[in-house]
Design a protein around this ligand. Structure first.
Ligand code: ZN
Length: 289
Protein backbone atom coordinates (compact mmCIF):
# COMPACT_ATOMS: atom_id res chain seq x y z
CA UNK A 1 0.00 0.00 0.00
CA UNK A 2 1.32 3.42 -0.90
CA UNK A 3 1.89 6.01 1.80
CA UNK A 4 -0.68 8.30 0.19
CA UNK A 5 -3.38 5.64 0.57
CA UNK A 6 -2.70 5.10 4.24
CA UNK A 7 -2.37 8.80 4.96
CA UNK A 8 -5.93 9.31 3.69
CA UNK A 9 -6.98 7.63 6.93
CA UNK A 10 -5.48 10.36 9.06
CA UNK A 11 -5.13 14.10 8.63
CA UNK A 12 -1.91 15.77 9.61
CA UNK A 13 -2.38 19.39 10.62
CA UNK A 14 -0.37 22.24 12.14
CA UNK A 15 -3.10 24.15 14.01
CA UNK A 16 -0.73 26.40 16.00
CA UNK A 17 2.93 27.24 16.18
CA UNK A 18 4.86 24.25 17.47
CA UNK A 19 1.78 22.01 17.45
CA UNK A 20 0.98 19.09 15.14
CA UNK A 21 -2.39 17.39 15.16
CA UNK A 22 -2.94 13.82 13.97
CA UNK A 23 -6.63 13.28 13.31
CA UNK A 24 -8.17 9.84 12.86
CA UNK A 25 -10.26 10.28 9.71
CA UNK A 26 -12.05 6.96 9.40
CA UNK A 27 -15.23 8.16 11.06
CA UNK A 28 -17.49 6.19 8.71
CA UNK A 29 -16.10 3.11 10.49
CA UNK A 30 -16.00 4.84 13.89
CA UNK A 31 -12.24 5.15 13.45
CA UNK A 32 -11.84 1.42 13.99
CA UNK A 33 -8.18 0.55 13.93
CA UNK A 34 -7.27 -1.66 10.99
CA UNK A 35 -3.59 -2.08 10.04
CA UNK A 36 -3.91 0.64 7.41
CA UNK A 37 -5.01 3.17 10.03
CA UNK A 38 -2.51 1.98 12.62
CA UNK A 39 0.40 2.49 10.24
CA UNK A 40 -1.02 5.80 9.02
CA UNK A 41 -0.90 6.96 12.64
CA UNK A 42 2.63 5.58 12.90
CA UNK A 43 3.65 7.47 9.77
CA UNK A 44 2.05 10.70 10.96
CA UNK A 45 3.92 10.53 14.26
CA UNK A 46 7.07 9.90 12.26
CA UNK A 47 6.36 13.11 10.35
CA UNK A 48 5.93 15.01 13.61
CA UNK A 49 9.13 13.48 14.92
CA UNK A 50 11.12 14.60 11.91
CA UNK A 51 9.87 18.18 12.05
CA UNK A 52 11.95 20.03 14.65
CA UNK A 53 9.45 22.91 14.67
CA UNK A 54 6.85 20.54 16.17
CA UNK A 55 7.05 20.46 19.95
CA UNK A 56 3.69 18.92 20.90
CA UNK A 57 1.40 16.45 19.12
CA UNK A 58 -2.36 16.19 19.57
CA UNK A 59 -4.10 12.94 18.68
CA UNK A 60 -7.80 13.47 17.97
CA UNK A 61 -10.59 12.04 15.85
CA UNK A 62 -13.24 12.95 13.32
CA UNK A 63 -16.83 11.91 13.90
CA UNK A 64 -18.81 11.16 17.03
CA UNK A 65 -16.46 8.61 18.55
CA UNK A 66 -12.74 8.61 19.20
CA UNK A 67 -12.48 4.99 18.12
CA UNK A 68 -14.35 1.70 18.34
CA UNK A 69 -11.07 -0.18 18.79
CA UNK A 70 -9.45 -2.76 16.60
CA UNK A 71 -11.33 -3.46 13.39
CA UNK A 72 -12.85 -6.90 13.89
CA UNK A 73 -14.04 -6.96 10.27
CA UNK A 74 -10.58 -8.28 9.47
CA UNK A 75 -10.15 -12.00 10.02
CA UNK A 76 -6.94 -13.22 11.59
CA UNK A 77 -5.83 -14.19 8.09
CA UNK A 78 -6.66 -10.71 6.71
CA UNK A 79 -4.77 -9.11 9.54
CA UNK A 80 -1.67 -11.25 9.08
CA UNK A 81 -1.71 -10.70 5.30
CA UNK A 82 -1.93 -6.94 5.78
CA UNK A 83 0.91 -7.07 8.25
CA UNK A 84 2.97 -8.91 5.65
CA UNK A 85 2.08 -6.35 2.97
CA UNK A 86 2.12 -2.96 4.71
CA UNK A 87 3.79 -3.11 8.11
CA UNK A 88 7.00 -1.08 8.39
CA UNK A 89 8.65 -3.92 10.37
CA UNK A 90 9.92 -1.61 13.07
CA UNK A 91 9.37 -4.10 15.90
CA UNK A 92 12.19 -6.43 14.96
CA UNK A 93 9.61 -9.13 14.19
CA UNK A 94 8.68 -10.62 10.84
CA UNK A 95 7.14 -13.84 9.56
CA UNK A 96 3.65 -12.45 9.88
CA UNK A 97 2.11 -15.22 7.80
CA UNK A 98 3.94 -18.08 9.47
CA UNK A 99 1.51 -20.81 10.59
CA UNK A 100 0.22 -21.29 14.10
CA UNK A 101 1.18 -19.06 16.97
CA UNK A 102 4.27 -17.72 15.20
CA UNK A 103 2.64 -15.48 12.60
CA UNK A 104 -0.23 -14.39 14.83
CA UNK A 105 2.04 -13.42 17.70
CA UNK A 106 4.46 -11.63 15.37
CA UNK A 107 1.60 -9.74 13.73
CA UNK A 108 0.14 -8.48 16.99
CA UNK A 109 3.59 -7.69 18.36
CA UNK A 110 4.32 -5.51 15.32
CA UNK A 111 0.84 -4.12 14.77
CA UNK A 112 -0.55 -3.63 18.25
CA UNK A 113 2.18 -3.74 20.89
CA UNK A 114 5.27 -2.11 19.46
CA UNK A 115 3.41 0.44 17.34
CA UNK A 116 1.79 1.64 20.58
CA UNK A 117 5.10 1.63 22.40
CA UNK A 118 6.61 3.91 19.77
CA UNK A 119 4.01 6.55 20.57
CA UNK A 120 4.49 6.00 24.30
CA UNK A 121 8.23 6.56 23.81
CA UNK A 122 7.80 9.42 21.32
CA UNK A 123 10.13 12.08 22.68
CA UNK A 124 7.78 15.07 22.39
CA UNK A 125 4.72 15.65 24.61
CA UNK A 126 1.47 14.20 23.31
CA UNK A 127 -2.16 14.99 24.15
CA UNK A 128 -5.10 12.76 23.28
CA UNK A 129 -8.53 14.35 22.83
CA UNK A 130 -11.23 11.74 23.43
CA UNK A 131 -14.94 12.07 22.70
CA UNK A 132 -17.67 9.50 22.48
CA UNK A 133 -16.68 5.87 22.62
CA UNK A 134 -13.15 4.73 23.31
CA UNK A 135 -13.24 0.95 23.26
CA UNK A 136 -10.52 -1.66 23.85
CA UNK A 137 -7.82 -1.04 21.20
CA UNK A 138 -8.76 2.63 21.26
CA UNK A 139 -7.75 2.79 24.92
CA UNK A 140 -4.23 1.96 23.82
CA UNK A 141 -4.00 5.14 21.78
CA UNK A 142 -5.37 7.29 24.58
CA UNK A 143 -3.16 5.69 27.19
CA UNK A 144 0.12 5.95 25.29
CA UNK A 145 -0.35 9.72 25.09
CA UNK A 146 1.03 11.83 27.93
CA UNK A 147 -2.13 13.79 28.66
CA UNK A 148 -5.77 12.85 28.05
CA UNK A 149 -8.49 15.45 27.68
CA UNK A 150 -11.96 13.91 27.59
CA UNK A 151 -15.20 15.39 26.35
CA UNK A 152 -18.04 15.04 28.82
CA UNK A 153 -19.65 12.41 26.56
CA UNK A 154 -16.60 10.10 26.54
CA UNK A 155 -17.13 6.45 27.43
CA UNK A 156 -14.27 4.07 28.09
CA UNK A 157 -14.45 0.27 28.02
CA UNK A 158 -12.35 -2.81 27.47
CA UNK A 159 -14.95 -5.57 27.05
CA UNK A 160 -12.62 -8.24 25.69
CA UNK A 161 -13.11 -10.62 28.63
CA UNK A 162 -16.55 -11.10 27.04
CA UNK A 163 -14.63 -12.37 24.00
CA UNK A 164 -12.56 -14.81 26.07
CA UNK A 165 -9.47 -12.57 26.16
CA UNK A 166 -7.72 -11.24 29.27
CA UNK A 167 -7.56 -7.61 28.19
CA UNK A 168 -6.47 -5.59 25.19
CA UNK A 169 -2.90 -6.04 23.96
CA UNK A 170 -1.47 -3.04 25.83
CA UNK A 171 -2.48 -3.94 29.37
CA UNK A 172 -1.85 -0.65 31.12
CA UNK A 173 -5.07 -0.90 33.13
CA UNK A 174 -3.45 -1.21 36.59
CA UNK A 175 -1.25 1.78 35.85
CA UNK A 176 -4.12 3.88 34.55
CA UNK A 177 -6.87 2.90 37.00
CA UNK A 178 -5.15 1.37 40.01
CA UNK A 179 -5.09 -2.40 40.48
CA UNK A 180 -8.46 -2.85 42.17
CA UNK A 181 -10.45 -0.71 39.75
CA UNK A 182 -8.52 -2.24 36.85
CA UNK A 183 -9.83 -5.65 37.85
CA UNK A 184 -13.40 -4.37 38.07
CA UNK A 185 -13.04 -2.67 34.67
CA UNK A 186 -11.85 -5.92 33.10
CA UNK A 187 -14.12 -8.34 34.99
CA UNK A 188 -17.36 -6.43 34.39
CA UNK A 189 -16.56 -5.14 30.88
CA UNK A 190 -18.60 -2.06 31.84
CA UNK A 191 -18.29 1.33 30.14
CA UNK A 192 -17.06 4.07 32.44
CA UNK A 193 -17.81 7.70 31.74
CA UNK A 194 -15.47 10.66 31.62
CA UNK A 195 -16.28 11.76 35.16
CA UNK A 196 -15.35 8.35 36.57
CA UNK A 197 -12.18 8.22 34.46
CA UNK A 198 -11.27 11.65 35.77
CA UNK A 199 -11.98 10.64 39.37
CA UNK A 200 -9.60 7.69 38.95
CA UNK A 201 -6.88 9.89 37.49
CA UNK A 202 -7.06 8.29 34.06
CA UNK A 203 -7.86 11.56 32.30
CA UNK A 204 -6.43 14.98 33.05
CA UNK A 205 -9.47 17.12 32.26
CA UNK A 206 -13.13 16.72 31.32
CA UNK A 207 -14.58 19.50 29.19
CA UNK A 208 -17.88 20.06 27.35
CA UNK A 209 -17.83 18.35 23.96
CA UNK A 210 -17.98 21.61 22.03
CA UNK A 211 -14.94 22.90 23.93
CA UNK A 212 -12.77 19.81 23.45
CA UNK A 213 -10.85 21.01 20.41
CA UNK A 214 -10.20 24.55 21.71
CA UNK A 215 -9.24 23.38 25.21
CA UNK A 216 -6.82 20.79 23.86
CA UNK A 217 -5.27 23.21 21.40
CA UNK A 218 -4.82 25.89 24.05
CA UNK A 219 -3.04 23.41 26.30
CA UNK A 220 -0.84 22.24 23.42
CA UNK A 221 0.03 25.82 22.49
CA UNK A 222 0.93 26.58 26.11
CA UNK A 223 3.23 23.55 26.26
CA UNK A 224 4.75 24.44 22.87
CA UNK A 225 6.02 27.72 24.32
CA UNK A 226 8.28 25.83 26.74
CA UNK A 227 11.87 24.78 25.95
CA UNK A 228 11.80 21.68 23.74
CA UNK A 229 14.68 19.86 25.42
CA UNK A 230 13.27 20.37 28.90
CA UNK A 231 9.89 19.07 27.71
CA UNK A 232 11.49 15.95 26.29
CA UNK A 233 13.50 15.28 29.41
CA UNK A 234 10.54 15.94 31.71
CA UNK A 235 8.61 13.34 29.73
CA UNK A 236 11.51 10.92 29.81
CA UNK A 237 11.97 11.39 33.55
CA UNK A 238 8.37 10.36 34.21
CA UNK A 239 8.37 7.53 31.67
CA UNK A 240 11.64 6.15 33.03
CA UNK A 241 10.18 6.23 36.53
CA UNK A 242 7.34 4.03 35.28
CA UNK A 243 9.90 1.82 33.52
CA UNK A 244 11.89 1.42 36.75
CA UNK A 245 8.64 0.42 38.48
CA UNK A 246 8.30 -2.30 35.85
CA UNK A 247 5.53 -0.89 33.67
CA UNK A 248 6.90 -2.04 30.34
CA UNK A 249 7.82 -5.53 31.57
CA UNK A 250 4.34 -5.84 33.07
CA UNK A 251 2.76 -4.87 29.75
CA UNK A 252 4.96 -7.41 27.94
CA UNK A 253 4.00 -10.25 30.27
CA UNK A 254 0.33 -9.38 29.92
CA UNK A 255 0.71 -9.43 26.14
CA UNK A 256 1.87 -13.05 26.44
CA UNK A 257 -1.19 -13.91 28.52
CA UNK A 258 -3.38 -12.15 25.94
CA UNK A 259 -1.95 -14.53 23.34
CA UNK A 260 -2.53 -17.51 25.57
CA UNK A 261 -6.21 -16.52 25.47
CA UNK A 262 -6.14 -16.26 21.67
CA UNK A 263 -4.73 -19.77 21.46
CA UNK A 264 -7.25 -21.17 23.94
CA UNK A 265 -10.07 -19.66 21.87
CA UNK A 266 -8.53 -20.98 18.68
CA UNK A 267 -8.21 -24.51 20.05
CA UNK A 268 -11.72 -24.59 21.46
CA UNK A 269 -13.64 -22.56 18.91
CA UNK A 270 -11.44 -22.81 15.84
CA UNK A 271 -11.01 -19.10 15.40
CA UNK A 272 -9.87 -16.05 17.24
CA UNK A 273 -12.54 -15.48 19.82
CA UNK A 274 -14.99 -17.01 22.22
CA UNK A 275 -18.45 -15.75 21.34
CA UNK A 276 -20.26 -18.06 23.72
CA UNK A 277 -21.04 -15.18 26.05
CA UNK A 278 -22.32 -13.02 23.24
CA UNK A 279 -25.66 -14.46 22.13
CA UNK A 280 -26.40 -11.29 20.16
CA UNK A 281 -23.46 -11.89 17.90
CA UNK A 282 -24.94 -14.66 15.79
CA UNK A 283 -22.72 -13.84 12.86
CA UNK A 284 -19.63 -13.51 14.95
CA UNK A 285 -16.63 -11.69 13.64
CA UNK A 286 -13.64 -13.95 13.48
CA UNK A 287 -11.33 -11.83 15.49
CA UNK A 288 -11.26 -9.91 18.72
CA UNK A 289 -8.26 -7.67 19.05
ZN1 ZN B 1 -4.89 -9.88 20.24
Amino acid sequence: MKAADTMDLVRYENPAEGVARVVLARSEKHNSLNPELIFAIDEAFGQAMADDSVKVVILSADGRNFSAGHDIADTVEDYQRKMQDISPRKSGWSGFQEPGVHGWYASEKEGYLESARRIRNFSKPTICAVKGKCIAGALIYAWVCDIIVAADNALFSDPVVDFGVSGVEWLAHPWELGARKAKEFLFTADSWNAAEAHRLGMVNHVVPLDELEAFTLAMAAKIARKPAFALKLAKEAVNKTLDIQGQQNAIDQAFSLHHLCHQQNFRVFGYGMDTSNLPSMASAPKKAG
